[in-house]
Design a protein around this ligand. Sequence first.
Ligand SMILES: [Zn+2]
Length: 228
Amino acid sequence: MFLVAQSELIWYTEWMESTDEITFQAKINRFLTGMDAAGQATDHLAQAELYVPASVTTDGWIAAQNAWITEVSDIDLMDCKLHVEQGSGICLKLRFIREGSECPGCGRLSDQLHQNRPIQIRDLSIFGKRTLLDLPRRQYYCSACQNHFSERLAVMDWRRRYTQRYEFYIYQRVQHSNIEQVGREEGLSCDQVQWIFQRQYSQKKTKTGVKLSVKEYATILSVEQRVV
Ligand SMILES: [Zn+2]
């Protein structure tokens, strides 16, 4: 039914009796409530914390998009135009529904598109197939600041070649395996795996209140020894 993206890639499907906006909104609400309960029960969320997806990919159906905006007002909506088989993997060609972006200098919304240079980034595999996202990379002009700026994307950090959830997935896999094996299985070089791991580690370290597990410490030590 839809694809929700945050630190996890979630496919959610449920039978719908009718295809109007109100029915769809009720299904989304049910999904979000279920995620709140599941997150709190597994300590992924604090007891009173609610699950708020950062972005969602739907087809071009307007009723679905409206229902999402009603439920999660500032969600990043994406529209999947095409799935293409690329070698043994898949490429999803995505389009942002919203036009314009907030200028990082003054906070005003600009819709003066300067250029768009699409990029391909690696994401979690779908049905066991290596997956790439083909995303627009839009640059806008802010007339107030007289500056060009690139739009920030919720799914990836600045100048990355992987989604945040893919980096997190690699970080977790290295802890249960090793750099060489993860690299082989994911088609990445050892340097790429190591780079992703260390970045995730330093991000985690700088977040206040985040405690690392014994397993994480052990892996970090082995990765650091490898660097030496
Ligand atoms: Zn500005």
